[in-house]
Design a protein around this ligand. Structure first.
Ligand code: SF4
Length: 360
């Protein structure tokens, strides 16, 4: 193990060998692993769905969504045949919708170009939309037992501490060092169990704050513990600056249903929420919202509600002014261009998280 960052680790004692870690961690994983609905199925499609859902989302949040999604699309063929709005609707509430769009596009490619079978080849699998290095390692090691590493936040933290490696996964140099280290540790057999053991240790024992070192199966090998550096490893990632954005939305009701429009743009493309507009500095919300409604072909008198909703999408903190729109000249029952009135349960429609907050 000779990479640059590892050489900078404080001296004293030796780094744990891969074999010594395998001997302790694999039996611990067999005994202690949480029973999760996607574990043990051995079905690459289900492993793939779970791994995509688990990116940036906690296990407890994912579990009910995973179950519903699999009930709806039990095979990759069913997902490939599904309509995009139905896939987004099944994903609705889980966030990061690009993941669902990519998964759907990838399922269609698997059906068209791989005879409906997920390719067990890292290069071919890695060419599918949304499949990065992590997904390749996780799916192919768990479903096909290929000796490929994984690196996510949990694994990065465990490795940084086990090897007293001052590397952050959020920095290119740190990520490269951690990927190299992860690659040296993967066993030739049971790679999937090994990767899941590292993830499980990070999720349940080697926690970001207050790691449970006395309960850790590899505590005797841990360099950070020996050097009393657990609390400072891994080093904090540089913070991404939060951008504050102001938005105004109009709630327009007709017969107990709310007007929703389909959003377009990279993050929320294809999702539905009440019509709104991002406000320039010092812009009049009433005027800007009025123009946005006019484009939709809606005539409504706007009244302030005084309600403000705070909302966050990745690094954007969004402050939303909520207005009420009272329909005027609009003929009852007439269609509104590119929009539709939606009842409180909005079945089958992919709503943004903001739309859900506004409905509550
Ligand atoms: S001993 Fe503590 S810091 Fe080291 S791997 Fe185990 S839980 Fe993490």
């Amino acid at each position: 193990m000779t990479h640059e960052l590892l050489n900078k680790a404080p001296a004293g004692g030796s780094h744990p060998s891969p074999e010594s870690l395998h001997r302790r961690l694999l039996p611990w994983y067999r005994r202690q692993r949480r029973r999760l609905p996607w574990r043990g199925a051995g079905d690459p499609y289900r492993v793939w769905v779970s791994e995509v859902m688990l990116q940036q989302t906690q296990v407890a949040t994912v579990t009910p969504f995973y179950q519903r999604f699999i009930d709806r699309f039990p095979t990759i063929a069913r997902l490939a045949r599904a309509r995009a709005p139905d896939v987004l609707a099944a994903w609705s509430g889980l966030g990061y919708y690009r993941r669902a769009r990519n998964l759907h596009a990838a399922a269609r490619l698997v059906a068209r170009e791989h005879a409906g079978r997920i390719p067990a080849d890292p290069v071919r699998f890695g060419r599918l939309p949304g499949v990065g290095r992590y997904t390749v390692g996780a799916v192919l090691s768990i479903a096909f037992d290929l000796p490929l590493p994984v690196l996510d936040g949990n694994v990065a933290r465990v490795l940084s501490r086990l090897y007293a490696l001052p590397a952050s996964i959020r920095e290119p140099k740190g990520a490269r060092a951690l990927w190299r280290l992860a690659g040296t540790l993967v066993p030739m057999r049971r790679a999937g169990d090994w990767n899941q053991a590292l993830m499980e240790l990070g999720a349940t024992v080697c926690l970001p704050r207050g790691p449970r070192c006395p309960a850790c199966p590899v505590r005797a090998l841990c360099r950070a513990r020996a050097l009393e550096r657990v609390e400072v490893l891994p080093p904090p990632a540089p913070r991404r600056r939060t951008v504050t954005v102001k938005r105004a939305v109009a709630l327009i009701e007709r017969d107990g249903r709310l007007l929703m429009v389909r959003r377009e743009g990279t993050l929320l493309d294809g999702m539905w929420e009440p019509p709104g507009v991002e406000l320039e500095r010092r812009a009049s919300a009433r005027a800007a919202l009025g123009r946005a409604l006019k484009k939709l072909g809606v005539t409504a008198r706007l009244e302030p509600t005084g309600r403000r909703v705070r909302h966050r999408i990745t690094h954007r903190a969004i402050e939303v002014e909520v207005w009420r729109g009272v329909e005027g000249a609009h003929a009852p029952g007439a269609r509104v261009r590119g929009a539709r009135f939606v009842g409180p349960r909005a079945r089958g429609l992919a709503l943004t998280a903001l739309a859900r907050k506004l409905q509550s």
